[in-house]
Design a binder for this molecule. Structure first.
Ligand SMILES: Nc1ncnc2c1ncn2[C@@H]1O[C@H](COP(=O)(O)OP(=O)(O)OP(=O)(O)O)[C@@H](O)[C@H]1O
Ligand SMILES: [Mg+2]
Length: 256
């Protein structure tokens, strides 16, 4: 069963003094139910724009977005979305930020708060439940934003560089439990990262994007068995695939 399908999706933006600039140019992409799919691509290729389209925050120039086989182009609130910049509400406490999307969905507050507190402890934010986001570091805010997406009730999670602002060890911890949680619950995930290791460690499939006007240049099936071993990054096949992705992104970046 296909969870998400993007059909020939294009997006142009008007630019001051010039004609329109085409950012996305005919993107065909899908996520199957329970699949973990990653998007890799140069900075400015339109990955965040793609998420804004999926989340219904902006309208495509052409093409369609389908969720569970139903066209939902331009509709909001149907996916769980973690934006690239943690957008927490400064007047709500950390735990109230985490439960926000559940509140909007009408889920019982008591249970949501229990879950939020449990998870805040797991991501190293115990003691910060009642604080306001302003006292948190960027990486801590990112973890709160990640939990909000994780605990959102929608089946498809769209995560835009969720671990970008974290130090290496925290990042590895976060990857490990995202992997654990995902391997247990098999939620459909669409994931953006600049880290090739992260992409290979977490995903079932990877789409590689070109520079603007952006198209999909390659779709890579990730063959490693699950649960993924901690030692996977040391395996020759992992290193070979990492190298291949690196070379591909290099040619893409130089416009070749
Ligand atoms: N609202 C907008 N109006 C005009 N141009 C826009 C708008 N939103 C995005 N763009 C342009 O679209 C292009 C893609 O931006 P986007 O943020 O999607 O890139 P990205 O792939 O997420 O990059 P990064 O990896 O740096 O996060 C950029 O050139 C950006 O300037
Ligand atoms: Mg982006």
């Amino acid at each position: 069963m296909t969870k998400l399908q993007l059909k020939n999706l294009s997006k142009s933006f008007p630019v001051q003094g010039k004609r329109e600039v085409r950012v996305l140019d005919g993107i065909d992409l899908h996520v199957k139910e329970g699949e973990f799919v990653t998007i890799l691509g140069p900075s400015g290729s339109g990955k965040t724009t793609l998420f804004h389209l999926i989340g219904g925050l902006i309208q495509p120039t052409s093409g369609a977005i389908c969720l569970d086989g139903r066209e939902v182009t331009g509709m909001k609130g149907l996916v769980s979305y973690m934006p690239q910049q943690a957008s927490l509400f400064p007047w709500r406490s950390v735990e109230e930020n985490v439960i926000m999307t559940r509140e909007i969905a009408g889920l019982p507050k008591h249970e949501s708060l229990r879950l939020a507190r449990e998870w805040l402890g797991k991501v190293g934010l115990q003691g910060y439940e009642r604080e306001f986001p302003g006292v948190l570091s960027g990486g801590m805010q990112q973890r709160v934003s990640f939990l909000r997406a994780l605990l959102s009730p929608q089946e498809l999670m769209c995560l835009d560089e969720p671990f970008g602002a974290l130090d290496a060890l925290t990042r590895e911890d976060m990857q490990r439990w995202l992997l654990n949680i995902w391997e247990r619950n098999k939620r459909s995930v669409l994931f953006i990262t600049h880290s090739l290791e992260e992409a290979l460690l977490l995903s079932d499939r990877i789409y590689v994007l070109s520079n603007k006007p952006t198209r999909i240049v390659r779709e890579v099936q990730v063959p490693f068995e699950r649960p993924r071993s901690e030692h996977l990054p040391e395996k020759p096949e992992f290193i070979r695939m990492r190298r291949e992705l690196y070379d591909l992104l290099k040619t893409v970046d130089s416009g070749g």
